[in-house]
Design a protein around this ligand. Sequence first.
Ligand code: NAD
Length: 501
Amino acid sequence: MAIRELTHFIGGKNTPSASGRFGDVFDPNTGEVQARVPLADAAEVEAAVADSVQAQREWAAWNPQRRARVLQKFLQLIDDEKEDLARLLSSEHGKTVPDALGDIQRGVEVVEFACGIPHLLKGEYTTGAGAGIDVYSMRQPLGVVAGITPFNFPAMIPLWKAAPAIACGNAFILKPSERDPSVPLRLAELFLEAGLPPGVFNVVNGDKQAVDALLNHPQVEALGFVGSTPIAQYIYSTATANGKRAQCFGGAKNHAIIMPDADLDQVADALVGAGYGSAGERCMAISVAVPVGKETGDALIEKLKDRIGKLTVGTSDNSAADFGPLVSADAVRRVKDYIQIGIDDGAELVVDGRGFGLDGHESGFFTGPTLLDNVPTTSRAYLEEIFGPVLTVVRADSYEDALRLPSEHEYGNGVSIFTRDGDTARDFTTRVNTGMVGVNVPIPVPIAYHTFGGWKRSMFGDLNQHGPDSVRFYTKTKTVTQRWPSGIKDNEGHFVIPTMK
Ligand code: NAD
C-alpha cells in the first residue's frame, strides 16, 4: 500500500511540511502505516498565525448573516460527502462507518447551531438608563483562536470548536490529533469551497512542539482543548499564565447507577452500547455500572454476559461489526494492563476480551469486550480512565452508596441513573457531583444548543463547549454608555463617580 504524505492547510492551500518531522498514521485494522503526517515546528505555527491574523481582519468585518451563509453552504457540502468522510474517518480511527457517520452528524449539529449567529450575537440594550442615557453591549470576536483536539472524535470536536469560533468572526487554527488528521484536513478544503476566505480556518498538524508554539504565541487569544486530563491541565495552566482564554476538557470515568426498579433489559442494552460502542473510546462512554442491591447486580451481570456474547468485533468497514479496533497498539496494551490490574486487585473477570483475534488481521489493534465484576474502588482499574471496551461493575448496597461513587470520583464528566421512580431521579440529578446527567439515557451528551462540559478533573475553565457558552467563550463583551447633548441637563457633579439618580 502506498503511504500517503499529508500536509498542513494554511492560507487556503495544502502546505507541505517545512520542519521535515513526520508522524505515522496507522490503519488500526491491519496495524500498517497508511500515511505520514507532518509535525509542525514553531516557524510553521508562526506562519499559520500570521496568515490567520490577516484573514481575521476581513472576516470579522463580514456581517453575521453573510458569515452564516458560508456555514450553510458548508453543511450542504458535508452532507453531499458524508459517506466518503465517514469511510476516511473510520479507516484512521477504527470506529465503524455508521459510528463515524454519527461523529460527523454530532459535529454538523453544532454547525447548524452556529448558523444562528446573527441572533446569538445580539447584545443587550437599556434605553433611558439615566437622563438621556442608553447602555448597550456588543459581542466582538477575540481575533485568532486555536483548537487542540483528540483522536476519538476527529470530525465532531473540531467542528464543535471551529463552527462557533468562526461564526463569531474569529480565525481558527486547528491542531488535530496526529492519529487521524485526514478528516480535519478535508474539512478545511470544504470550508474553502463553501466560501470561507483563505486563512480563516487553518490546520496545523503536529505534536507537543506545535501545541507549545500556539500556547506561547502572543497573537493566539484563546485555546480550546479536548483530550486527556494531564494535558488538559497543562494547557489550561500554560494558556492562562500567558494571558489567554482557555477551556480544556479532559478524561472521564462515567458511572451508570441501576436502581432495583429499572427495566434491566433496557439497561443491559443501553450499557452494552454505551460501554463497548466505539470500542469504549468515547469520553462519555459508560465505564462503571453500579447496580444497587445484590439481586439487581446478579441479574444485570447475567443479562450483560448474554449480550456481550453476541457482540461482533470486526474491521471498521464491516457493516455487521458492533465495534472495531482500538486506535493504536499502545491503546491495546494499556487496556490489557488495566484489566490485569483489576484482576490483581480482586475484581472478578466475567468476560475476558484479551484473547480476541481477527483472522487475517493479526496485527490489527483489536481487543474484545471485557466485563469485570466487583471491582474494588481502590483499584486503578476503577480510579483511572481505561478508554477501551471494558465495563467494570462496582456493587452498591444502597442508593446513597451509589450516589457517592460518581460524586466522589475525581472525574465528573457524565453519569446516568436508570430508574422508573421520579423522586429518585430528581434527587439524583440535583445532588450528583457531575457535569452532565442522564435519566434512563446512557450517554447524556447535550444537544448542540445546550452546552457540553464536565466537572472536577474532566474540565478546566469556566465556559462549556457549544450552545450559548461557546458564543461567550469566543467573544468579548463591549458595553457602551452613551448620552447625547440634548440629554445633558446640568453641568455639575463632574468630579464624583457618576451614579443613576
Ligand atoms: P491526548 O491528551 O493524548 O491528545 C489530545 C491532543 O493533545 C492531541 O491533539 C495531541 O496531539 C495533543 N497532545 C498530546 N500530548 C501533548 C503534550 N504533551 N503537550 C501538548 N499537547 C499534547 O488525548 P487523546 O488520546 O487524543 O484523546 C483521548 C482523551 O480525550 C481521553 O482522555 C478522553 O476522555 C478525552 N476526551 C475528552 C472529551 C471531553 O469532552 N471531556 C471528549 C473527547 C475525548
